[in-house]
Write a protein that binds this ligand. Structure first.
Ligand SMILES: [Zn+2]
Length: 94
């Protein structure tokens, strides 16, 4: 059976990396289904990265998750206090 009102009913998630000791975070990807999101988190954690999923309040329009303002807004809703520093994904890979 097909979803008729996809935009409102589908639960989308974003994946971020969050280092709570350094208080830095970055967004990896967004507009993922719950299945894709948890699969991606599993893969990132296998690489030793502190990956988490965050529920999106709506579908994000920006193509690039690393540049997406809606991602930051959703993270701020969900992580309190919001990590002060924002980093690129590369800085987590050491
Ligand atoms: Zn986004």
């Amino acid at each position: 059976m097909r979803q008729t009102n996809e935009n409102t009913s589908v639960k989308l998630k974003l994946v971020m990396l969050f280092d709570w000791r350094k208080q830095i975070y970055c967004i990896c990807s967004h507009n993922l289904t719950p299945e894709d999101a948890s699969q991606q988190v599993t893969e990132l954690r296998r690489d030793g990265l502190p990956a988490f999923t965050v529920d999106q309040r709506s579908r994000h329009l920006h193509d690039d998750a690393e540049e997406c303002a809606a991602c930051r807004a959703d993270v701020q809703q969900c992580v309190n206090p919001t990590p002060a520093l924002e980093r690129r994904k590369l800085e987590f890979r050491r």
